[in-house]
Ligand binder design. Structure first.
Ligand code: 26Y
Length: 822
């Protein structure tokens, strides 16, 4: 009977219309004549979701039957952005839905704009996780993401009248979320605090057991992740915290209502909000609680699934691969060891063998302030049994090292998971290295620095093979196919098929057309239209008019000193100074420029917030200087997010990736811009280096100190001080003259260039930066040359597909095979 009642297909547009009307009536409970854009977006999304859930179910059924090895990607952040457009493309039904929506009196474009971004992440790391689940689903790998269902994602950024960043909460679920499914039946206990007791087990052996403390429920929400051109559907499972003792009736009956709801409040708080720090550890107890809550629930879920297979524990790592996305989920190592030893009764060594064969760790930064450390007293208080286990892991590891290198006390200190500070700290990255079978960096240079600067002593203990590189990638579906329809269409027309969408190396065939005048024209027309689209957005939303004939120069990413937005705006001031000194004939030779910034600063990051203020102060002066006109415009786009990136990225002529060499692990927006035919102005850092190698050095503008020279320069600055570059000094003088408003407010920012050295080497790199900018201007005036470079950029980007990256993870770390859907 069930078989004959298979769910509907929505094959025709009439079916689609019916399904949308069905959802307005029965899901939204709306009268058909009372449907606004928001409701229509929601009904359409529910209709598309039906199609996805069908694929979700068949995928799970297939996995249940074949029971292959699976990989779980543990990531605190998933920066997904919007889902509807992506789902429509993946299901290859956008045309049909657009027609149906039109027949019902709406435009698809409008509906797409109704969707709120799922912004459960800060920046690169969270967006990388989103690209990886897209590729896993597309390549039919059995991969699930595990994370937290934050009620509030990254805050909404507002630029106030004075040009400062203000933060407001982003309650992204206010209109409901059609893209998630709450699973009330999938629910686990998570414990905190309490104490460790010795107990007898059934066999009469004494076992340590974690008792008492506080308990919460973790409830599962699933977000289906469609694959492109496949019936395979991936999944992200996100946990929400819920109170365990629904009500303290004792307290309630005694009239102590406050106490009665206390439990509930605490539980509801736990997954309420994502910490808005990017690359900077705050060390807060609530954060550690979030981390443990998430890994505990995820491991319980994974172990339950493993147990269903009835296989012996020693086969766990043949069934399960766990990828740790940075230091955030590292408590999972101690937690799995605890579950295996305390709960399942395995011997320590057998359990540890399983743990180390199961986990692998991705490092995303060498900045010391971004590597989590937790104080031992905090951990003893919150997770007493885990603290013991970490001590034991450390002890057994150090004993091994001592055996291998007898008497090397220095080495023992260098690799100890416990840092002997006051108070002691647990170095989470070290725990990850000891508890994983592979450690990877995210770009070639970064992976070298991971070995050389972060874990040199561990190379001695484990050998170099444990440390590998997997260069990041981005999904061509969202970042070209979806975000840049005009470019997509001419690529498909020129290559004769859409094969490139899942085989990005195919783009190399575009090289043949790089000198073709007719193709160049088409190519640059697309770029122009994308610039018009962005100019229109800026005009509508910000009231600033910019000309698409100008060179669009874009830097959008989190605001951080190491990313050097400060260098960019100082360069803008230099340009303004020069323009002010020119006569009309000199000005007529200038390449007009629009310099666009975007990005959020962590709310507590004072210097980063001051950079935003400086950019806006400069923008105000420059944009209102009538004598400058279109020769220079400065725009700070507020609330940069995934959906804005989709409009911004295709519109660049140049984008800036100008971190101090050795500080940006990889960068991924660099890849997005180049994929869309934008050129890079960048330092010899992160993935810029590999992008250069792939597209050719003649197609990228590079400058600046090399990574291996940075430490010496910093050292010398400490001794001899910093003598500012002459042009930089003139720029600083202009700021200090009050040209951009009250100069005193910028003092703390200017001080970062001189007091205690210019840590990010802005002065050192300033001259090289300005010279490259001049080269950019000159090159841009040669339209043919520029068109050729732009085509060569896109053509060389095949390597940077997240499909390639995920395949590398599957082959080199997870030992995972695709499970074909047909
Ligand atoms: C400890 C906590 C406060 C923390 C929170 C977020 C630490 C780090 C982060 C986020 C880090 C991050 O986004 N890193 C970026 O990862 C990208 C993907 O690998 C890289 O491309 C990028 O260079 C790196 O900065």
């Amino acid at each position: 009977r069930w078989k004959s009642l298979a769910p509907h297909d929505l094959a025709s547009t009439t079916d689609i219309e019916k399904s949308i009307v069905y959802h307005t009536t029965y899901t939204l409970c709306r009268h058909r004549y009372n449907v606004d854009k928001t409701a229509m977006y929601s009904a359409t999304s529910h209709s598309v979701r039906d199609l996805l859930l069908k694929e979700w179910n068949t995928t799970q059924e297939r996995l249940h039957v074949t029971n292959p090895k699976r990989c779980y990607y543990l990531s605190m952040e998933f920066l997904l952005g919007r889902a509807l457009d992506n789902a429509l493309y993946c299901l290859s039904t956008k045309k049909e839905y657009a027609e149906s929506v039109k027949a019902l009196g709406f435009s698809m474009e409008d509906l797409l704009e109704e969707e709120r971004d799922a912004a459960l992440g800060n920046g690169g790391l969270g967006r990388l996780a989103a690209c990886y689940v897209d590729s896993s689903a597309t390549l039919e790998y059995p991969v699930w993401g595990y994370g937290l269902r934050f009620k509030y994602g990254i805050f909404k950024q507002i630029i106030n009248n004075e040009g400062y960043q203000d933060e407001t909460p982003d309650y992204w679920l206010s209109h409901g979320n059609p893209w998630e499914l709450r699973r009330d039946d999938i629910k686990y206990d998570v414990q905190f605090y309490g104490y460790v007791a010795t107990k007898m087990n059934d066999a009469g052996e004494s076992r340590l057991s974690w008792e008492g403390g506080e308990k919460m429920y973790a409830v599962a929400y699933d977000m289906p992740i469609p694959g492109y051109d496949t019936k395979n559907c991936g999944n992200i499972r996100l946990w929400e915290s819920q109170p365990h003792n629904l009500f303290d009736f004792g307290a309630f009956n005694n009239g102590d209502y406050d106490k009665a709801v206390n439990d509930q409040k605490r539980a509801n708080n736990l997954t309420a909000v994502l910490y808005p720090n990017d690359n900077h550890d705050s060390g807060k107890e609530l954060r550690l609680k979030q981390e443990y809550f998430w890994v505990s629930a995820s491991l319980q879920d994974i172990i339950r699934r493993f147990k269903r297979s009835k296989r012996p524990w020693k086969e766990f790592s043949d069934q399960v691969a766990l990828q740790l996305n940075d230091t955030h989920p590292i408590m999972a190592i101690a937690e799995l060891q605890r579950l295996l030893v305390d709960v399942e009764g395995l011997a320590w060594d057998s359990a540890w063998d399983i743990v180390t064969k199961t986990f692998a760790f991705t490092n995303h930064t060498v900045l010391p302030e971004a590597l989590e450390r937790w104080s031992v007293p905090l951990m003893e208080h919150l997770l007493p049994r885990h603290m013991q286990i970490i001590y034991d892991i450390n002890l057994f590891f150090l004993q091994k090292v001592e055996k291998q290198f007898p008497g090397d006390r220095d080495l023992l200190n260098q690799v100890s998971i416990i840092e002997e500070s006051q108070p002691q700290q647990v170095r989470m990255a070290y725990l990850a290295v000891v508890g994983s079978h592979k450690v990877n960096g995210v770009a070639a240079l970064h992976s070298e620095l991971v070995k050389k600067d972060l874990f040199p002593a561990f190379i001695k203990c484990f050998g170099p093979e444990k440390f590998i590189n997997i260069t990041n990638g981005i999904t061509p579906r969202r970042w070209l196919y979806q975000a840049n329809p005009a470019l997509r269409d001419i690529i498909t027309e020129t290559l004769g098929s859409e094969k490139w969408v899942t085989h990005l190396d195919e783009l190399a065939q575009l090289k043949k057309f790089a000198d073709d005048k007719a193709f160049q024209k088409k190519w640059m027309d697309v770029k122009y239209r994308n610039k018009q689209r962005l100019a229109k957005w800026i005009s509508t939303n910000m009231g600033i008019d910019v000309s698409p004939d100008s060179l669009f120069d874009i830097q959008v990413k989190r605001i951080h000193e190491y990313k050097r937005q400060f260098l960019n705006i100082l360069g803008v001031i230099h340009r303004y100074r020069e323009l002010c000194e020119m006569n009309d004939s000199e000005r007529s030779k200038v390449t007009p420029r629009v310099v666009i910034f975007g990005g959020k600063a962590a709310p507590g990051y004072f210097v980063a917030k001051l950079v935003i203020k400086l950019i806006n102060s400069v923008a105000k002066v420059v944009n209102n200087d009538e004598s400058i006109g279109d020769l220079l415009k400065v725009v700070f786009i507020p609330d940069y997010k995934v959906s804005l990136a989709e409009i911004i990225t295709p519109a660049s002529d140049i984008s800036q990736h100008i971190s101090t060499a050795g500080t940006e692990a990889s960068g991924t927006s660099n890849m997005k811009f180049v994929l869309n035919g934008g050129l890079i102005l960048g330092t010899v850092d992160g993935a810029n280096i590999e992008i250069r190698d792939e597209i050719g050095e003649e197609n990228i503008f590079m400058f600046g100190t090399l990574a291996d020279k940075v430490p010496d320069i910093r050292h010398n600055q400490k001794f001899y001080g910093v003598l500012l570059d002459a042009n930089l000094q003139a720029v600083i003088d202009l700021i200090e003259s009050g040209a951009f408003g009250d100069a005193s407010i910028f003092n703390p920012l200017i001080d970062t260039l001189t007091y205690g050295g210019d840590y990010y080497l802005i002065s050192e790199d300033f001259d090289g930066y300005l010279k490259k900018q001049t080269e950019v201007d000159d090159t841009f005036r040669d339209k043919t040359l520029w068109a050729k470079k732009s085509i060569m950029c896109t053509a060389g980007m095949g390597f940077f597909s997240s499909d390639r990256a995920v395949r590398e993870y599957a082959d080199k770390i997870w030992n995972l095979k695709p499970i074909p859907s047909e």
